[in-house]
Ligand binder design. Sequence first.
Ligand SMILES: *[C@@H]1O[C@H](CO)[C@@H](O)[C@H](O)[C@H]1NC(C)=O
Ligand SMILES: *[C@@H]1O[C@H](CO)[C@@H](O)[C@H](O)[C@H]1NC(C)=O
Ligand SMILES: *[C@@H]1O[C@H](CO)[C@@H](O)[C@H](O)[C@H]1NC(C)=O
Ligand SMILES: *[C@@H]1O[C@H](CO)[C@@H](O)[C@H](O)[C@H]1NC(C)=O
Ligand SMILES: *[C@@H]1O[C@H](CO)[C@@H](O)[C@H](O)[C@H]1NC(C)=O
Ligand SMILES: CC(=O)N[C@H]1CO[C@H](CO)[C@@H](O)[C@@H]1O
Length: 793
Amino acid sequence: MAIKSIISATYFLLFLHLLLTWASCTKRNQVYVVELFGGHTSTGDHKTLHEVENRHHSFLLSVKDTEEAARASLIYSYKHTINGFAALLTPKEANKLSEMEGVVFVHKNQPRIYSLHTTRSWNFVGLYGSLNPWEEVFNHTNGDLLTRATYGKDIIVGMIDSGVWPDSKSFSDEGMDPVPTKWKGVCQNGTAFDSSQCNRKIIGARYYLHGYEGEYGPLNEKEDYKSARDKDGHGSHTASIVAGRAVGNASAIGGFAKGTAQGGAPLARLAIYKACWPIKGQSKHEGNVCTNIDILKAIDDAIGDGVDVISISIGYSAPISYEDDVIARGALHAVRNNIVVVCSAGNSGPSPHTLSNPAPWIITVGANTVDRSFLATVKLSNGTNIQGRSITPLHMENCFYPLVLATDVEHPGLPSTNSGYCLDNTLQPNKVRGKIVLCLRGQGERIKKGLEVKRAGGVGFILGNNKMNGNDVPSDPHFIPATGVSYENALKLIHYVHSTPNPMAQLLPGTTVLNTKPAPSMASFSSRGPNIVDPNILKPDITAPGVDILAAWTAEDGPTRMTMTFHDNRVVKYNIFSGTSMSCPHVAGAAVLLKAVHPTWSTAAIRSALITTAMTTDNTGNPLTDETGNPATPFAMGSGHFHPKRAADPGLVYDASYMDYLLYTCSLGVTQNFNITYDCPKSFPEPFELNYPSIQIHRLNYTKTVKRTVTNVGWSRSVYKFSAVSPKEYSIIATPNILKFNHVGQKMNFVITVTANLGQILTKHGPDKYYFGWYTWTHERHVVRSPVAVSIP
Ligand SMILES: *[C@@H]1O[C@H](CO)[C@@H](O)[C@H](O)[C@H]1NC(C)=O
Ligand SMILES: *[C@@H]1O[C@H](CO)[C@@H](O)[C@H](O)[C@H]1NC(C)=O
Ligand SMILES: *[C@@H]1O[C@H](CO)[C@@H](O)[C@H](O)[C@H]1NC(C)=O
Ligand SMILES: *[C@@H]1O[C@H](CO)[C@@H](O)[C@H](O)[C@H]1NC(C)=O
Ligand SMILES: *[C@@H]1O[C@H](CO)[C@@H](O)[C@H](O)[C@H]1NC(C)=O
Ligand SMILES: CC(=O)N[C@H]1CO[C@H](CO)[C@@H](O)[C@@H]1O
């Protein structure tokens, strides 16, 4: 599992266990976040910023004995998000500060574990370059958008992640223009990373370690670089998905597909904010973690440095209120600065209510497959072929070997809960030698199962999905000839072994297959709505490729992540990885191009353009499906699969300003928790009245009207006609149902009325069940479509 993050809630900072251990003489210092009156600082002026820091320092000075103690206790001074700071304080000092004039909140940390968004299963597969799925989408749809956007050359993307591998060809600055003059960031020195590592592609890099070291102690420098250099691979992967240069003739481990690896906006500039660090050997938090104070500081700096888009493939594992969530809070300040913030929806699907990053000022991205897979077939001696998937670079001799089930070759007496999984030291070598073993998923690291088969002398291994995994077959780089099969195929293999006197099989080498159908379809791991933080906002917004995505790696480690409990020294420069972590930077790349083409658009206009132009069909022309094979609902795919070219010309947009978001927080009654300099007016719109490009109505009581405003960004004189697709449970109408525009920039209001059918209102109130519809404004060249989700009590 990717970077897991601990972003303990906003002001609730991490207890510094280890600091206590090192410095127990300092009387139970703990991390507090202190927020001051005066809101954020809106200027980027250096003098003012310096004054802010001095002001933070002066507060500390008033509770600490000496100047030095005050300096030493300050962890982070926040300038562009909250007006406040993180510091080491004793409870007494904290108490004293909280009573001082000018201080709004003093909060001690309450750790919260955010689980991260690469994939629900931690190890993903490695492969050198081949066709980048992003490029495939681009080629079909995007002829001139890249040119119009000058490949994103003036746009700066802030990546909040695990750092970057600056030496990757994907981050070459060859032929690039000088760094945009608006850039105010720095290139922070550190281990194996100095300012010379920044160039005209990676224009800035910083790292944030205080929150992490406070929680876990000093960084183990064998496990990561104390700098913006990426050890994990995740940060290099996501950065190259947004803005990697085209790197041709890349070839995979074991000679897999060759091709070009390329990001969505290949000339965009990257600003790296490393906030995620490894924690090894803690089974519950396998992977990387990012702490709240580190993430908030990263966003704070990104705003001050002048980025245009922020891509965050990090989140809390469960819904968390906006005001407790540093990503939501930081993003609101970013949006105030007209920075588009794109976040992953999470990898906790397919159960409902699993979605993270649901704030309406964020673009929330689900993940889907692309039309490429890595087929690796199991050939049975009875002549039948069973399809599997693998990118294992090892081939089996061209002959049949006995096929056995793990359950039949294990040491006797294994508890049934551990049986069948090929866990460490569970197989009997005398029964495995020279054979192919079928092991089940569900327990243990997938790649380790192959290592266990290898240890016991097996010649090959088949990873069988359990029922829960269904068709979600991973393409793994195993250490022994191997393939993965679906649950259904695993049952077939078990049946074959049971019904055949001498079951034999051969594992054929894996091959890259393009144009697979149907594609895209939702990844089962992609987190699902409904949004339980606020049931008035439909989330996720959109879906993008997030399965088996090829992108840059660290060129130092193996394709399986270093946080695995086995060692993998098969160095790869490009790797295949899955998760909403990978889909998020695709949409961030699209946002870069839209910003380049439409520099005056608001962040809401960019989100709206992406949402209302998304595709809802797959490459068979049928509705995009989910893991069940049924049409995916907006709780899985949002408005559908992103379509950058259409998004560049959406016709109409649903705009919203920072002030609209403040009014929205007023309607939720949480504005004060954001400590923004804003007094809510006496009356404000209801939350569902935020001018969002989708509609969600929670517990519709007979009928509800929802006001929306569209802005014409298409043809000056244009007529849009309304149409709707509603389920039998309710109807959707619009008043007026024709919008006539005379000029670009013109705004028109309309009201959507959603009415439940009588039979439905009379039914008893049960668990909330949502029904989905759509409404569309259509002009000869533009289709502006919005999903509608309604629960009927
Ligand atoms: C995409 O376009 C590039 C440049 O036009 C071309 O070299 C490449 O082969 C195309 N890829 C596909 C999948 O069509
Ligand atoms: C960063 O490292 C470079 C090269 O090692 C050095 O020249 C430079 O002075 C360092 N900068 C800072 C601010 O330490
Ligand atoms: C492409 O890679 C092959 C080896 O995989 C190498 O022989 C060839 O020279 C490379 N071509 C270019 C243009 O770099
Ligand atoms: C071979 O075995 C598989 C699995 O039991 C079965 O589905 C298939 O029909 C068999 N093929 C033949 C030709 O008997
Ligand atoms: C639904 O609306 C009716 C009539 O306006 C009202 O009497 C009733 O209390 C409402 N029910 C709920 C659950 O809000
Ligand atoms: C809850 C609370 O006190 N919020 C404060 C946030 O900051 C502004 C000024 O910046 C105060 O007016 C609010 O009262």
